[in-house]
Write a protein that binds this ligand. Structure first.
Ligand code: F6R
Length: 607
């Protein structure tokens, strides 16, 4: 995750860009840079390390210019050097970027073949050379930016400034957030309203796929299809900016929609896209020699572990066990000598998980933490920390922390698999590539928002709901049921599809909707048979599948939700989106308190 800012100002903007970047430092701080247009030319200053280094550099060598962009970086593609720091530029255009350009390899090959000379290892530089190519072909800056955007795949936010253009900036978002700020004779862009807070409280949040042409007069916004669109200008209060809901009614909705960005961010912690490798921090254990991995957590975090059990077993051929922390800590489990125990927690403070950690430590286990709050107790007491970078999760129902936990666990399973020789380099590359596609696929899945709202309208009338899944989709069925229960107060149960006949089928009638999570994988036909059994008993099925699955299942389901095609390995992460949206919209339809459901607390620090 990186931070972006842009200012079309009245005087020199570089010091103000640095000020705004300070408020974005929470998004990344391994290098920073600014670029402005000075006497028609693009000037840049970039520095590795914290923002202070850039500020120092600007003091020694200031730059003028009333239009400029700035960036604070969290390295994804390429190490955190000055050469890889943003803005990236040619003599015609400078660009700042947050997110992942998925097809950068193919674009880079194409551009290099045409003579472009790349100066960095970043995916961002492909954007710069594409715009330059279109400018050189005679397109206007706006058209060159639009042509470039149409070539990019991935989830990202971008801001561009151009040589010779003192009153122009182009900004675009697909997946990653971007806000436009309205000043008095000035205009701004920023990754969030916090970056813009001291400059203006009038903010327009770009919708997914939007791109905007800014001058000091205002902004002309286009949607992905190129149509001119109006987006509301909101007045945000200073206090609300700190815990900003953006365009959303609830934090939960905002956090669901943040997932392409934060999953990309979490991925970039250990995934190196240039080499398609996973680089984990040094650890006092060797994945190749581990006899067993034991994963312990509560609630949603426990379901992330339950999905990961499939990955550790299948990808790494590593015996894996999961347990609920409140059970683990009291059942005095015999732990295999030299084993690794992984404790997964958003807050890092859940008392049962923390106590379970201490128990495993006493028994001489290696201790790893997967935690979203880096200064938390579980983080501090772990031998090795694998942080999730979901950012603060405010909605009580966990959403983005869950998918970031899954992303981290998937990376660990790949690293373990390679270390143990159960996968080779080609398979590692294939699997990491499927993870790199996730932010874009999640963004596509988020377009189901409206459809899920309609399905939720029907679901809100139910008293009981069943969720079914097979393989790694089984724990996701459990998570789907938990999400629905906790925020809509509808009773829900998750089952392994194959268990249906062993009891729960007795519940089926036309009043109990059954949600079937079934991507078209090798288990699909079996799940369709279970679905038929449900429908034969008058049950109403909501099938969540992909295009092939929808075709194979026919049209007998009550609702069929068609997801983007995805490799089975990442399906549990991707299919989290529809189950979260369904729970969210059902709760909204029922009018419950989505962000603070009754009886629940965000961090459970008592037994
Ligand atoms: C459900 C939910 C809870 C938490 C659980 C563990 O939406 O949020 O089930 O997952 O209380 O909390 P952490 O992850 O903070 O240990």
């Amino acid at each position: 995750m990186c931070g972006i800012v842009g200012i079309l100002g009245k005087g020199d903007v570089a010091p103000r860009l640095v000020e705004a970047l300070k408020r974005l430092e929470y998004r990344g701080y391994d290098s920073a840079g600014v670029a402005t247009v000075v006497n028609g030319h693009i000037e840049r200053r970039r520095a590795s390390g914290k923002l202070g280094n850039l500020a120092g550099m600007l003091q020694q060598a200031p730059i003028s210019g009333a239009v400029g962009i700035g960036h604070t970086r969290w390295a994804t593609h390429g190490s955190p050097t000055e050469g890889n720091a943003h803005p990236h530029a040619t003599d015609r255009v400078a660009v700042v970027h947050n997110g992942i350009i998925e097809n950068f390899r193919a674009l880079r090959r194409e551009l290099e073949a045409e003579g472009a000379a790349f100066a960095s290892e970043t995916d961002t530089e492909t954007v710069v050379h594409l715009v330059t190519k279109y400018l050189n072909a005679g397109l206007t800056p706006q058209d060159a930016a639009a042509a470039t955007l149409s070539r990019l795949e991935g989830a990202f936010a971008l801001a561009f400034i151009f040589r010779g253009e003192h009153d122009l900036m182009v900004a675009a978002r697909r997946g990653s957030p971007l806000a436009i700020g309205w000043g008095e004779g000035e205009m701004y862009v920023g990754s969030d309203a916090l970056a813009l807070a001291p400059m203006t409280n009038r903010v327009t949040y770009l919708e997914d796929g939007d791109w905007a042409v800014l001058t000091r007069e205002g902004a002309v916004i286009h949607d992905e299809a190129g149509n001119r669109v109006e987006r509301p200008v909101k007045v945000v209060s200073v206090s609300s900016v700190l815990v900003d809901k953006g365009n959303h009614r609830h934090f939960m909705a905002k956090e669901i929609h943040e997932q392409p960005e934060v999953v990309g961010h979490t991925l970039s912690t250990f995934y190196r896209p240039m080499t398609e490798t996973v680089e984990l921090p040094a650890a006092p254990y060797d994945w190749a020699a581990l006899p067993k991995v034991t994963m312990v957590a509560c609630g949603t975090a426990h379901f992330a572990c339950a999905v990961a059990k499939y990955w550790f077993e299948q990808v790494a051929r590593l015996p894996a066990e999961t347990d609920i922390a409140s059970e683990f800590r009291y059942r005095n489990p015999p732990l295999v000598k030299g084993g690794l125990s992984i404790f997964v927690s958003q807050s890092g403070e859940t008392i049962d998980t923390l106590t379970a950690l201490r128990l495993a430590k006493e028994q001489g286990q290696h201790i790893a933490g997967i935690v979203n709050v880096p200064e938390s107790a579980i983080a501090r007491e772990s031998d090795v920390l694998y942080p999730t970078n979901a950012g603060p999760e405010i909605g009580v129902a966990s959403t983005k922390a869950f998918t970031c936990q899954l992303t981290t666990l998937a990376l660990l399973a790949i690293a373990a698999g390679e270390a143990r020789g159960s996968i080779d380099a080609d398979e590692r590359k294939r699997l990491t590539r499927t993870l790199a596609e996730l932010p874009r696929l999640m963004n596509v899945a988020l377009h189901l928002d409206e459809v899920m709202g309609e399905v939720a309208h029907d679901l809100a009338k139910a008293r009981d709901v069943l969720y079914l899944g097979r393989g790694a989709m089984y724990p996701l069925a459990l998570e789907g049921a938990l999400k629905l229960k906790e925020i809509s107060y509808i009773h829900a149960e998750g089952y392994a599809s194959g268990e249906l006949k062993h009891g729960p089928i007795a519940l089926i009638d036309e009043n109990v909707p059954v949600i079937v999570l079934a991507p078209s994988d090798e288990l699909f036909d079996k799940t369709v048979s279970n679905m038929q059994e449900v429908m034969a008993r008058g049950g109403r099925v909501i099938l969540i599948t992909d295009k092939t699955g929808a075709e194979r299942a026919g049209d007998s389901a009550w609702h069929t939700i068609v997801m983007p095609d995805a490799d089975p390995f990442v399906a549990p992460i991707l299919y989290s989106i529809p189950i979260q949206l369904l729970a969210y919209h059902t709760a909204v339809a029922k009018g419950t308190d989505v962000d603070q459901p009754r009886n629940l607390a965000k961090s459970v620090t008592v037994e």
